[in-house]
Design a protein around this ligand. Structure first.
Ligand SMILES: C[S@@+](CC[C@H](N)C(=O)[O-])C[C@H]1O[C@@H](n2cnc3c(N)ncnc32)[C@H](O)[C@@H]1O
Length: 245
């Protein structure tokens, strides 16, 4: 899918740039996975392994997959022996069907072409156990207001442009095609839910499952239906709002 290490230069500074700002999203992913009682979790496009490192305190079997040797070197340097790292293409994995009950794809889909992100998601569906969840954090359209607009229309596009021209074109297509919600509406044959919003809606954390409605999703829906309508979703868990960090 990729012929060279696109993250060769970024790997050394990735954590320095994003570790702090992504902490709220990573925390919510951990909370969701813990509440789902997932036991076997894989992070597709795991990058420097920050998310898996955070999960490593839990009693979960953890695997990370990434195409970039430089990002994986950073991940392995973090030193958790319980995490297995694979250098592989997340759209074609040498792993058996239905082998994970938690699959994370965090901030990776928007930078791929439509064909590529579709292939990665289909591979995630193949790997998912029937009652498991695919947890996706990715760009979305911000809520209304001046500062969300500045973030969504200026700050994020500038960051994406700095990441490279192909990356930027793919990000633009992602946003034009309905961002993370549009992607899930098109590609997920099962049920999708919103877990939390971050950076004033510029990033949303969602969970997809193959069943029409898991018990967890049913209770989340019930709670959301009974709570007063607010701009942000109501949470079933003590989730962290990144914006208020
Ligand atoms: C923006 S980083 C996100 C890293 C991490 N998920 C996070 O939340 O910080 C995107 C990562 O996806 C990886 N990647 C891109 N295409 C991939 C593919 N086809 N298979 C596996 N990893 C891929 C890149 O090497 C990079 O590490």
């Amino acid at each position: 899918m990729q012929s060279r290490d696109e993250y060769h230069h970024t790997a050394a500074i990735y954590d320095l740039l994003f570790s702090r700002s992504l902490r709220g999203i990573r925390y919510n992913i951990c909370t969701f996975i813990t509440h789902c009682r997932a036991r076997n979790v894989i992070d597709l496009c795991c990058g420097t392994g920050e998310q898996l490192q955070m999960l490593s305190k839990e009693d979960i079997v953890l695997t990370g997959v990434d195409l970039s040797p430089s990002m994986l070197t950073r991940a392995r340097e973090k030193g958790s022996r319980k995490i297995i790292y694979l250098e592989a293409d997340a759209s074609r994995l040498p792993l058996p069907d239905a082998s994970y009950d938690g699959i994370i794809i965090s901030l990776a889909l928007h930078e791929k072409t439509a064909l590529q992100h579709k292939a990665i998601f289909q591979e995630a569906c193949r790997l998912l156990q029937p009652h498991g969840h695919i947890i996706i954090a990715d760009y979305s359209h911000p809520t209304s207001g001046l500062s969300p607009l500045l973030l969504g229309k200026i700050v994020v596009p500038v960051i994406e442009r700095l990441a490279g021209i192909n990356h930027y074109h793919n990000y633009r297509d992602w946003m034009r095609n309905g961002a993370v919600e549009g992607f899930l509406a098109r590609e997920n044959p099962g049920k999708s839910i919103l877990i939390s919003s971050h950076f004033q809606g510029c990033i949303r954390l969602c969970a997809a499952s193959q069943v029409k409605e898991s018990p967890l999703q049913a209770s989340l829906k019930k709670i959301q239906a009974n709570s007063p309508k607010t701009e942000q979703p109501s949470f079933i868990f003590p989730m962290k709002e990144q914006d208020s960090d």
